[in-house]
Design a protein around this ligand. Structure first.
Ligand code: F6R
Length: 271
């Protein structure tokens, strides 16, 4: 895992948007995996700015979102489809038919989840998957205990998640108890992952994700098995990392390589 620590949340968003934009510029018909929640909002705002001010072109991009509540129509203000429309899609030149979010109205769960996986495969797989992490270490709605080989499926939310979400729904009785979510196995098949975390309340989950044992109790830790993961954190979320100095050294070496400052890396100094 490549761990980048940025100054603050706004910088995390800018770095993440920079990586997404570079992917879109390099491969205009790329497939992006997207997340909802508070964490990616700064990155989405920056992508919108780059589209409006710099002409970043999404006309050939395809997207797949990680998850959706079961029982909510796309027009419900708490549905993840609504979130994506209002916070990103409505402000870009993306083709609506190329944006995919699991359908919270579908009761034919197995078929719908199988089709979602097929659509991802038909699109050629996900080139870059954006992820947040829950304070219990979940990715997408893969709650603690989820199989690390899981595929897109129906998932029962934990009581903690339901209680945490009650504030958005006005009352706990209105909070959906089920979600459709990409599985950990689905996420591990993506070509590149970009995991973002911001704030002190994520510090323990980040430490367990990056440095803890791979465990179904912290589903984000499965990313240690992924071929290419970039983790971007603010200082608060990075606070508990034990190997922080090494991550900073790696970033510094990367910068020197990119700038061609080989002597400072000890290359070509030997007689
Ligand atoms: C959202 C998702 C979740 C969130 C996670 C963090 O699509 O899959 O796993 O990324 O719960 O949420 P925030 O960003 O609100 O802290």
């Amino acid at each position: 895992m490549r761990v980048i620590v940025a100054k603050n949340a706004a910088e995390v968003g800018k770095r993440a948007a920079g990586i997404i934009a570079a992917t879109v510029n390099r491969e205009p018909s790329c497939v992006l995996g997207l997340a909802t929640g508070g964490t990616p909002l700064d990155a989405y705002r920056e992508l919108i700015r780059r589209h409006k001010e710099e002409g970043l072109d999404f006309s050939r991009v395809t997207t797949f979102n990680l998850d959706e509540y079961v029982g909510l129509p796309p027009t419900h203000p708490q549905s993840y489809r609504y979130f994506m429309q209002t916070n990103l899609f409505d402000h870009l030149n993306i083709v609506p038919a190329n944006t995919h979010v699991p359908d919270g109205r579908s009761l034919n769960f197995e078929t719908h989840c199988r089709q979602y996986e097929h659509r991802i495969a038909d699109a050629g797989g996900i080139d870059l998957q954006l992820l947040g992490v829950g304070s219990d270490g979940h990715i997408a709605f893969n709650e603690p205990g989820s199989s690390l080989g899981s595929r897109t499926r129906l998932k029962t939310l934990t009581r903690e998640t339901v209680e945490a979400n009650a504030r958005f729904f006005g009352s706990i009785d209105k909070v959906p108890r089920l979600a459709i979510t990409m599985g950990v196995g689905t996420i591990l098949e993506t070509k590149r992952c970009l995991l973002l975390a911001v704030g002190e309340h994520k510090a323990a989950a980040v430490q367990a994700t990056v440095e803890g044992p791979v465990s179904a109790q912290v589903t984000a830790s499965a990313l240690q098995l992924h071929q290419e993961v970039i983790v971007i954190l603010d200082e608060a979320a990075a606070r508990r990392l034990e190997r922080r100095a090494y991550y900073d050294d790696v970033e510094q070496a990367q910068t020197l390589l990119e700038e061609g400052r080989f002597q400072e890396l000890g290359i070509g100094n030997q007689s």
